[in-house]
Ligand binder design. Structure first.
Ligand code: SF4
Length: 126
């Protein structure tokens, strides 16, 4: 019996319901249905063979009124690397001021992927 997976495409807000059929050995994707565009096929293949996620979290910030700074990776990273990524994030402390989009950790987990600030934070009011 064919190995069929159903899931929602999260590439855009349309949220197509995809049905992907895996090859007999389960190592590749034989067919994708339900996608309204080609990006859905790419997403389905990636999701079933090498799933990735954009990591969002917070890091400590010093010299600001806030104690935590929201951050994210600037591109999706392998789902299997999320645990190691969180271990690194727990060791990161940045100093205010920080501007939204600032690269806080270059080459985070993978070469070419950066951990960036998702909020601007000024130095503490005195
Ligand atoms: S298949 Fe295309 S249109 Fe549908 S949710 Fe994915 S990216 Fe959007």
């Amino acid at each position: 019996m064919a190995n069929v997976k159903k899931f929602t495409c999260i590439v855009c807000p349309v949220g197509c319901e995809l049905t992907a059929t895996l090859s007999d050995d389960g190592k590749s994707v034989a067919n994708v249905e339900g996608n309204s565009c080609k990006r859905g096929i790419t997403y389905a293949v990636e999701e079933l063979t090498a799933p990735k996620r954009t990591l969002t979290s917070t890091v400590r910030i010093v010299g600001a009124d806030d104690k935590l700074l929201p951050v994210r990776t600037d591109r999706p990273i392998p789902k299997g690397a999320l645990f190691d990524a969180m271990k690194i994030i727990r060791t990161v402390t940045v100093k205010a001021p920080v501007k939204i989009g600032d690269v806080l950790v270059p080459d985070f987990i993978e070469s070419g992927t950066n951990l960036i600030a998702t909020k601007s934070v000024d130095t503490a009011a005195k």
